[in-house]
Design a protein around this ligand. Structure first.
Ligand code: XUL
Ligand code: CO
Length: 435
């Protein structure tokens, strides 16, 4: 045990009446909601990068946090791993996620970097023998090092592509060995700053080739987890190729990869793309692409990906509505891709962020389950589209009517469609009844 959380006790569920800021008020992992344990619905994960590697920097100033593992090389990485697993225990969460560079320092060569990553991977494996926390997903950081400034898979230099591929091979294999349930590819710098130096078609082919190599290797090593792309429209590059779910789907379909790859959808990224979180989830679900979620929120005034912890139960209610409707996230989960504000210096702050976030998810889940149980949304939706279930509507969809047929019918029956209320206010009020 380190003394990082000295004086603090593990977070437990105490119920809605509790005033203990380090207790769950809604997240009761064993409570059955819609036929399943709450934890099995949410599958929450702590993100290694924000919780243990981030330093509280912003564009105007560097590190504000003061963690005992900073600047200590591999010794620091080992201490960081200790505190990470103590955090998982304190929060009683079933999952975590990491990038290679979060867990171990980069060396002078890829071989040395990979060796460092592997060494910490072995420590994880050892800790997982006694901890209940599992790996939700692993990923490779292909965006921080200056070699990736012009992209990884989409770099104009094939040697950078090659280096990135070797890095992914290492993390994919480690993810597999640690029993990770998913592997994520966020296209950190897969995009462009200016079209003046960019061949879009060429870069698209490169990206597809890279993804194909990842899939082939996953199959070769017997990795049965989901392979996930995480859409984001901008930042760090001006235009990221994986703009949103629909764009990613188009890309995958173009290269015949849509059956093997799903999406990891992040709240803040949806917002940057001009969508709501539930829009991205609903689109992904309708395409069979909803794999996992990065839970956070953006500051609505800043226009940046600020990665705050979630705090809007209404938004999460709608999110869970679509997740429950598709029968859950399967191997996916809710990774807290959320970081502390730079003045939140204390170890307790790390717990407050996750406690609040998990309680918001739990409230959203319970509200969505109640909405579905109530049945009014389904009933109204079915009623609104009832015309397509039989008669002329069905015949049109089945391809049994031509444009001429339709025109004839309008004349023959003197068709005068009568508009009907969409009842938006009624429906919004109905959501709030459950939140
Ligand atoms: C960046 C982001 C990443 C990915 C993993 O906006 O969301 O942290 O989740 O690379
Ligand atoms: Co993310």
């Amino acid at each position: 045990m380190t003394d990082f959380y000295k004086g603090l006790s593990p977070v437990k569920f105490e119920g809605e009446q509790s005033t203990n800021a380090l207790a769950y008020r809604h997240y009761n992992k064993d409570e059955i909601v819609a036929g399943k344990r709450m934890e099995d619905h949410i599958r929450p994960a702590v993100a290694y990068w924000h919780s243990f590697a981030a330093e509280g920097g912003d564009p105007f100033g560097g590190r504000t946090f003061d963690r005992p593992w900073y600047d200590k090389g591999m010794d620091g990485a080992r201490m960081k791993a200790d505190v990470a697993f103590e955090t998982f225990d304190m929060l009683d969460v079933p999952f975590f996620c990491f990038h290679d560079v979060d867990i171990a320092p980069e060396g002078d060569s890829l071989a040395e970097s990979n060796k460092n990553v592997r060494e910490i991977g072995e420590i994880f494996a050892k800790k997982m023998e006694t901890s209940r926390t599992r790996l939700l997903w692993g990923t490779a950081n292909l965006f921080s090092n200056r070699r990736y400034m012009g992209g990884a898979a989409t770099n104009p230099d094939p040697d950078v592509f090659t280096y990135a591929a070797a890095q992914v091979k290492n993390v994919l294999e480690l993810t597999h060995e640690l029993g990770g349930e998913n592997y994520v590819l966020w296209g950190g710098r897969e995009g462009y700053e200016t079209l003046l130096n960019t061949k879009i078609g060429q870069e698209s082919d490169q990206m597809a080739r890279f993804l194909t190599l990842v899939i082939e290797h996953a199959d070769k090593i017997g990795f049965k987890g989901q392979i996930l792309i995480e859409p984001k429209p901008q930042e760090p590059t001006k235009h990221q190729y994986d703009y949103d779910v629909a764009t990613v789907y188009g890309f995958l379909q173009r290269y015949g990869l849509e059956k093997r790859v799903k999406c990891n959808i992040e709240v803040g990224h949806a917002f940057l793309a001009g969508h709501s979180f539930e829009h991205e989830l609903a689109v992904a679900s309708s395409l069979g692409m909803l794999g996992s979620v990065d839970a956070n929120r953006n500051d609505l005034q800043s226009g940046w990906d600020t990665d705050h912890f979630p705090n809007n139960p209404g938004e999460m209610a709608l999110a869970f509505y679509y997740i429950l409707k598709q029968g859950g996230l399967g191997k996916g989960g809710f990774n807290f891709d959320a970081k502390l504000r730079r003045q939140s210096l204390d170890p307790a702050d790390l717990l407050y962020g996750h406690v609040g976030g998990l309680d918001v998810l739990a409230r959203g889940l319970k509200a969505a389950a109640a909405m579905i149980e109530d049945g009014e949304f389904d009933r109204l939706l079915d009623e609104r589209y009832a015309g397509w279930q039989s008669g002329e509507g069905k015949a049109i969809l089945n391809g049994e009517r031509s444009l001429e047929n339709l025109a004839e019918r309008v004349e023959r029956e003197n068709l005068q469609p009568q508009p009907r209320s969409g009842r938006q206010e009624y429906l919004e009020n109905l959501v709030n009844r459950f939140v």
